[in-house]
Design a protein around this ligand. Structure first.
Ligand SMILES: C[S@@+](CC[C@H](N)C(=O)[O-])C[C@H]1O[C@@H](n2cnc3c(N)ncnc32)[C@H](O)[C@@H]1O
Length: 289
């Protein structure tokens, strides 16, 4: 089960009042969505979006179990389409929008989609298995230069060129199908399992267009907020955080930045949830329409 990251801090900053409406753009397993629904009754709603149909169905079930079904609007889709999702669902008076970027624990532990380098799973890595390219296609068909580019730029991997060359050499003989096969190739070149983690991060970002998506949606989300609405973003690596930080700077004439420095998990949270370790939380409040 996914443990929601920085939940208490988010609730404190959102300062949720009865009947306010919120959007959770990355509903995941519902940790933040349910925490908001517990506080914004009796009429406040949450529009919960997730690209993964398994996760959004789970959130619907959880909301139903908790008695919040009528106040949840659940949408299986990408937050890139936020404006049209909001319009279609006639969702107004938005007091806060939450982004908790990346993947959920289920993706790593049980999805079987090759998100982790330790498993003998097909290299898929898509959040929505209905469309888009897989990590397998990138690894087996992209040019050496393009693979090297994403490993260096999205994985911040210094040995990107050498790894890309080895991938291309290996696939001439046999396709690279499984996550642990790829990890062994990376290990042969780098002698490091941390390098595998960086390579897998790079592939996941490329497969799901993660950096492009967050850059595109932040201005849309800001526009949708009502005055005094809050924008919350948790990122898990420096590239995402850089995008959030520079967007906050861009619109700082129309917003108050509530987190001068990003908030990171407390020692207590880190002890309970190691996966929160790279989380950085940034929040702003929209001061001008
Ligand atoms: C870190 S998890 C969110 C966890 C959630 N806050 C919770 O407490 O359970 C991120 C979620 O975002 C989803 N996601 C990633 N990219 C997305 C996108 N472009 N649109 C909508 N959901 C996306 C993933 O499928 C994943 O379930």
């Amino acid at each position: 089960m996914h443990t929601p990251v920085l939940k208490e801090e988010i609730l404190q900053f959102l300062d949720i009042k009865p009947n306010q409406n919120f959007i959770d753009c990355t509903a995941g397993e519902g940790g933040h969505t349910l925490a908001i629904l517990e506080k914004n009754g009796p009429k406040g709603k949450v529009l919960a979006i997730d690209r993964d149909i398994r996760n959004i169905s789970l959130v619907e079930d959880k909301a139903k179990g908790a008695g919040f079904k009528d106040r949840l609007v659940a949408v299986n889709g990408s937050y890139v389409d936020l404006a049209s999702i909001v319009k279609k669902n006639n969702f107004n008076n938005i007091s806060g929008i939450v982004f908790d970027l990346g993947l959920s624990s289920w993706h790593i532990d049980d999805s079987g989609r090759g998100f982790t380098f330790t498993k003998n799973e097909f290299l898929d890595m898509r959040y929505s298995t209905e469309n888009g390219i897989t990590a397998w296609e990138i690894v087996n068909y992209w040019s050496e230069e393009d693979i090297s580019f994403i490993l260096f730029n999205y994985g911040e991997e210094n040995m990107a060129k050498k790894i890309a060359k080895e991938i291309v050499d290996v696939r001439k003989i046999n396709k690279i199908n499984k996550a642990d096969e790829l990890s062994d190739i990376v290990y042969r070149i780098t002698k490091s399992r941390k390098a595998s983690a960086r390579v897998f991060q790079a592939l996941r970002i490329a497969v799901n267009d993660e950096l492009e998506n967050i850059s595109r949606v932040l201005p849309v989300a800001f526009d949708l907020l009502e005055q005094n609405g809050k924008l919350v973003a948790i990122s898990f690596h420096s590239l995402e955080d850089r995008i959030v930080k520079s967007f906050f700077k861009e619109i700082s004439d129309n917003a108050e930045i509530l987190t001068k420095k990003p908030i990171v998990p407390s020692i207590k949270e880190l002890k309970n949830n190691l996966r929160s370790r790279s989380a950085k939380l940034r929040i702003l409040i929209k001061t001008k329409q």
